[in-house]
Every structure is written in structure tokens, then in C-alpha cells.
Design a protein around this ligand. Structure first.
Ligand code: C2E
Length: 616
């Protein structure tokens, strides 16, 4: 009703028959109208609030429904008394492998096979009776997608009403199959070598510790085998890493198959360890080691390549050769070192004298460190000549004159200096001495210096060679460096680049010990060598075997075809020289021309008048 109509009505009611307006009554009527209006306003407000609350509730329910529907964990609810399913979300349909219409309103017996229903009911009964939630971790889903084994974490709990009476059973099921698989994969990787899938060093150490503990308690004995694939690095280098990897896998498979029952681990590059079972006797261990050497010695066909590697084995026994892990491992390694030194492809058991040998080696290493500071090194020079006898240069050869040991052969101390890296400093010293000496000769003869593979890997060889040439004033073309294939094994590209840069300085590069290596031929292809040095083993056998003569002939004809001059090493007899001359070998070096000696012995050859040098 509009305001003025309401007021007209109130006025009419407050007016008596005489037309007199009762103002009090009119006031009451107006107040009453206001009160009514106010009440109406309050009632309207309440209804609106209720409306809004209902809307909110609806929105919240929709929100929760959406969340429950889309959550990637199966959620279900059932009536606590009848066990009938009353809710199942989308993930639940996936887990049970059936649409919710087939489950809602039904009991487990009506849905699942009898044995499964029995388990489910029993679980429900326990949760309802105890009122406690039930959690199961990483168990196989009792029901679910056929043919798929899924691991799940599940939890069921009871919801009661205001009086504490059971109302609903709510459950969640989370598929953890992938998570468990990932965890298992990570733990497998931490314990296994990626390439061969054999247990790794850390797994081996753990197994050894455990074995030691057991053996100590039960007073049993066992053996530890240390194995090394001989020449694997060369194969890797020549055929490339993919073939090397395949070869390593094939070798690991053979080892694991042959040593079945033992703990076989790959602990590094080409090293393996084997932990023998407790009951294996000494003879059994040795027999197995021999079988391992034999099986690895058989040719391996990898990706159409026939590869040949051999295996060396060192053995240490608990408790005779050590009662703790460190000693056992060190002694198995000493035995392996001996096996390798004796010619590879061998088996050696630890003997106490090896311990002594190891101590001697350490002592020699110690002395070697002082040798440079205490001026114990000397450079000897050995003449190199054309086959007609004309001397064209000298090879510088290092000598170590120890105050009490006397002259230590280079074959003994150079490998040690290579092992501890001292060869970088020593090699630089030899180079400086040789260049200084050669620069002082009146005749411009060449000087050849051996460079160790270690000098190529460590230090700045190019810079130090360059600096020594500047310092000594030797013309680079008079310097020849002799390298063995060891220089090219390992980081082939780096070594090759370094050789190219040295050659660019004007230095000549000779390939030493040709024919003894694994792949001398393939290296000839990769770098333009200035000279090939035929190993002295072929020369010394020239008269003894026809094979050596054939090999020398073959090397010479190959080198000639490639237009690379050849120097024969270790020429001791006139017959050897005559053979080389007939075969058109260009140069020779050996006792026939002259032994390695102090340069004073060869002053006439280098063009220094002996008197001048002696009395100047
Ligand atoms: N039986 C016999 N032997 C002969 C004859 N002519 C020379 N020899 C020996 O053959 C070796 C030649 O040196 P290499 O092949 O470079 O082999 C060298 C070389 O690999 C290494 N070496 C020597 N000096 C150095 C050096 O300064 N640096 C590096 N990295 N290695 C060196 O030690 C090895 C052995 O050196 P040496 O004992 O001086 O042994 C020398 C030399 O004395 C001969 O007619 N008959």
C-alpha cells in the first residue's frame, strides 16, 4: 500500500461520525503501522539471511563434492550398520574397476567374490567394534583391476552421530605402486653399478663387513678375490666407448655366471671383487679363479668385433691374510698386482713377501720424491745413426743414481713416478737438460726425449716445451719426442690435439715401441708421425725367429708406403745392421753404435774437441 493511501486509511479510522479526528488514536495507528513495518523488515531480513546461508551450504557441498570426486585417491563411504556403499569417487571406480552404479546401495557380498567380501566385512567389523581407524601400508589391493598388481596404502575410519552411535565408515585408498617402484629403483641404483647391474663398491663393502662379523662369530674362513680386466682400456679406446660398454657387460655376465653363488661386484672401471661363500675351500677358490681367467680369455664377440681381453686375479683369505676389511682388500690387491706384473691372465694368492714388496715400493716412492731435490738424476745419451753408421743424433735416457741403492733401472722407477705424478716434474727436468745439452753442441744433431703419457694428461706440456725451447735456444726442428701408444689411450682427442700443437712448434714426433702395443697401426692412421721406432724385441729376435724378420719387413714396407722413416732399436750385431740395410731401414740405435752414457763419452761425435771441453 502506498504511503498516502495508508495514511488516508489511518485518518479515516481516527475520524468519528462528526468528522472529529482523534489525534491520540491517529498517533497509535501510525505507531502501530511503523511497528508492523519494522517487524516485516526484520522477518524479511531473516529470510534473506537464511536464503544466503542455504546458498553457501549448497556451494560448499558442491565444492566438497568436486574435491572428493576429483581427488586422485579412492574415497568411499558406507553405512556403518548395513555395510552398503553410499559414496564412491571417480578414483574409486578406477581402483575397483567398476562404475559406481554397480557399487552404490550394495553390500560387499553383492559386489565382490565371497573370499574378498569376507575380508572386507571382517575389516569393517573390526573398525566398527573398536572405533579405531585401521591403516594398511603398501599391501596388495584385495579387489581391483583384474590382472594388475597394485600396491596401496589404505585407511578406514568410523564416523559416529551425536550420541556416539556408528553412522558411516569412510575409507581412502592410495595407489603407491609407482612410488614404491621408484623407491626400489633408487635404492637399487645406490647399490648397483649402472652399466653391468652388478652390486657396486658400497654394496660390496657392506657385504664384506657383514661377512667378517659372521665369520668372526662362527670362526669360519672365506676368500676375497680382486679381479682386473687386462687391456680393457685399450679396447675401449680403439673400438670406442659403446663397444667398450658392451664388452664390459658381456665380461660381467660371464663372471657372474661362472661365479654363481658368490657375491660378484664391479667396484670401478675394469675392477671387480668377488666374495666367496663361507664353505668354499682353498682348492675350490683357486679352481674358480682359473675358470674365471679361462672364461674371460675366450674371445668375446661384441657388435661384430672380436675382442680379446684377459683377466688377472689376486686372492686373499680370511683370517690368514687379514682379519679386517682394509687388510684383506689391500692384500688381495697386492696379489693382483703381482699377477699382473707376472704377465697378466694369471691368478695369484697373497703371500707375506708381497707385503714386503709393497713396503719396498713405498720406500722407493719415498726416495724418488727426494731424488730431484738432491740431484740424484742424470741424463745419459745414446747415439742414433743412419744404417751406414753415420751418427745423426742422440736419445736422452734418464738415470737415477741413488746414494745407497746405486743405479736404479728406469723400468723400475719410471712406472712409480708415473703412478704418483712425479714424472711431470722429472720429465720436464730431462727435457730441459737434454735441450740445454743439445743446444751446446757445435754440430746441429737431433736429440730425442721420451715423454710419458702422464705428462700429456697432467700439467701444461705445450707451455713447458715451448718455454724450455726458448730458455735453451734449441731449434725446435732438432728436438724429437718419443711417445708410446699409452699417450693416445685415454683422452684420445686431447692427446691428439696436444701432439698437433707440438708438431706445429716444429718438433718432430716419433712413435716408440712400435709393434708391441695393441693398436699401433690404428694410431698411425690418426696422426702424421715423423718416425717409427721398431721395438728392440723384434730386432733381438731377428736371427732367432723368422717371424721377427717378417714383422720387421712388414713394418718397413708399411712405413715406406706411408713415407715415414723407421729407426730400429736395440741393434747389437753387424748381422742385424746388415739385415736392416738390406731392407732399406733408414736408422738404427743400439749397442752396436754406442751404449747410453754421459755425453762426455761422445764429445767427438757432437763436434766438441775433447781437449777443449776437458780443459776449457
Ligand atoms: N738390450 C739392449 N738394450 C738397449 C740397446 N740399445 C738401447 N737399449 C736400451 O733400450 C731402451 C731404449 O729406451 P726406450 O725404448 O725409450 O725405453 C725407455 C723409456 O721407455 C724409459 N725411459 C728412459 N728415460 C726416460 C725419460 O726420460 N722419460 C720417460 N718418460 N721414460 C724414460 O725407460 C725405458 C728403459 O730405458 P733404458 O733402461 O735406458 O733402456 C733404453 C736403452 O738403454 C741394445 O742394443 N740392447
Amino acid at each position: 500500500m502506498s504511503l498516502h493511501r495508508l495514511y488516508a486509511e489511518q485518518l479515516r479510522c481516527a475520524t468519528d461520525a462528526t468528522g472529529q479526528v482523534d489525534l491520540d488514536k491517529l498517533g497509535e495507528l501510525v505507531s502501530a503501522a511503523y511497528e508492523t513495518r519494522e517487524r516485516q523488515r526484520i522477518t524479511d531480513g531473516r529470510a534473506q539471511a537464511q536464503d544466503e546461508a542455504e546458498q553457501d551450504l549448497l556451494r560448499t557441498r558442491e565444492f566438497l563434492d568436486t574435491i572428493i570426486e576429483n581427488i586422485p585417491i579412492a574415497v568411499f563411504a558406507k553405512c556403518a550398520t548395513s555395510s552398503r556403499y553410499i559414496l564412491l569417487n571417480r578414483a574409486g571406480e578406477g581402483y575397483y574397476g567398476m562404475p559406481r552404479e554397480q557399487m552404490l546401495g550394495r553390500t560387499p557380498e553383492q559386489i565382490f567374490p565371497a573370499d574378498v567380501a569376507r575380508v572386507v566385512n571382517e575389516q569393517d567389523r573390526r573398525v566398527v567394534a573398536s572405533g579405531m581407524p585401521m591403516s594398511l601400508e603398501e599391501h596388495l589391493l584385495e579387489v581391483g583391476i583384474k590382472g594388475r598388481d597394485r600396491l596401496v596404502n589404505s585407511r578406514k575410519m568410523l564416523i559416529t552421530d551425536g550420541n556416539g552411535d556408528p553412522q558411516y565408515l569412510v575409507g581412502v585408498i592410495e595407489d603407491v605402486t609407482e612410488r614404491v617402484a621408484t623407491r626400489q629403483r633408487i635404492s637399487h641404483l645406490a647399490q648397483h653399478d649402472v652399466l653391468t647391474d652388478l652390486p657396486n663398491r658400497s654394496a660390496f663393502n657392506a657385504a664384506l663387513d657383514e661377512r667378517l662379523e659372521r665369520a668372526e662369530e662362527a670362526s669360519t674362513s672365506f676368500a676375497v678375490l680382486s679381479l682386473d680386466l687386462d687391456r680393457f682400456k685399450e679396447v675401449n679406446d680403439v673400438f670406442g666407448h659403446p663397444v667398450g660398454d658392451m664388452l664390459m657387460r658381456a665380461a660381467a655376465d660371464r663372471l657372474a655366471a661362472e661365479a654363481e653363488g658368490a657375491f660378484v661386484a664391479r667396484i670401478g672401471g675394469d675392477e671387480f671383487m668377488i666374495l666367496m661363500p663361507d664353505d668354499a675351500g682353498r682348492e675350490d677358490v683357486l679352481a674358480l679363479a682359473e675358470r674365471l681367467v679361462e672364461t674371460i680369455g675366450k674371445e668375446l664377440e661384441v657388435d661384430d668385433y672380436l675382442s680379446h681381453v684377459s683377466l688377472s686375479v689376486g686372492i686373499a683369505f680370511y683370517p690368514d691374510d687379514g682379519v679386517n676389511a682394509a687388510t684383506l682388500l689391500a692384500n688381495a690387491d697386492s696379489a693382483l698386482y703381482r699377477a699382473k706384473r707376472e704377465g697378466r691372465g694369471r691368478v695369484r694368492c697373497f703371500e707375506s713377501e708381497m707385503d714386503q714388496e709393497l713396503r719396498d715400493r713405498r720406500l722407493l716412492q719415498h726416495d724418488l720424491r727426494q731424488a730431484l731435490e738432491q740431484n740424484q738424476f742424470l741424463v745419459y745419451f745414446q747415439p742414433q745413426a743412419r744404417v751406414d753408421g753415420e751418427v745423426i743424433g742422440f736419445e736422452a735416457l734418464l738415470r737415477w743414481n741413488h746414494p745407497t741403492r746405486g743405479f736404479v733401472p728406469p723400468d723400475q722407477f719410471i712406472p712409480l713416478a708415473e703412478e704418483n705424478g712425479l714424472i711431470v716434474e722429472i720429465g720436464e727436468w730431462v727435457l730441459r737438460e737434454a735441450c740445454r745439452e743439445a743446444a751446446s753442441w757445435p754440430r746441429p744433431l737431433q736429440v730425442a726425449v721420451n715423454l710419458s703419457p702422464v705428462q700429456f694428461q697432467a700439467g701444461d706440456l705445450e707451455r713447458s716445451v715451448h718455454q724450455i725451447l726458448l730458455e735453451t735456444g734449441l731449434t725446435p726442428t732438432r728436438l724429437e719426442v718419443e711417445i708410446t701408444e699409452g699417450v693416445l689411450i685415454g683422452d684420445f682427442t686431447r692427446a691428439l690435439n696436444l701432439l698437433r700443437r707440438l708438431k706445429a712448434l716444429g718438433i718432430r714426433i716419433a712413435m716408440d715401441d712400435f709393434g708391441t702395443g695393441y693398436s699401433s697401426l690404428s694410431y698411425l692412421q690418426s696422426f702424421p708421425f715423423d718416425k717409427i721406432k721398431i721395438d728392440r724385441s723384434f730386432i733381438s729376435n731377428l736371427e732367432a725367429t723368422t717371424q721377427s724378420a717378417e714383422i720387421v719387413r712388414a713394418v718397413l714396407s708399411l712405413a715406406h708406403a706411408l713415407k715415414i722413416p723407421v729407426i730400429a732399436e736395440g741393434v747389437e750385431t753387424e748381422a742385424q745392421r746388415a739385415f736392416l740395410a738390406r731392407e732399406a731401414c733408414e736408422e738404427m740405435q743400439g749397442y752396436l753404435v754406442g751404449r747410453p752414457d754421459l755425453i762426455e763419452r761422445y764429445l767427438d761425435l757432437v763436434g766438441v774437441a775433447v781437449e777443449r771441453r776437458l780443459y776449457a
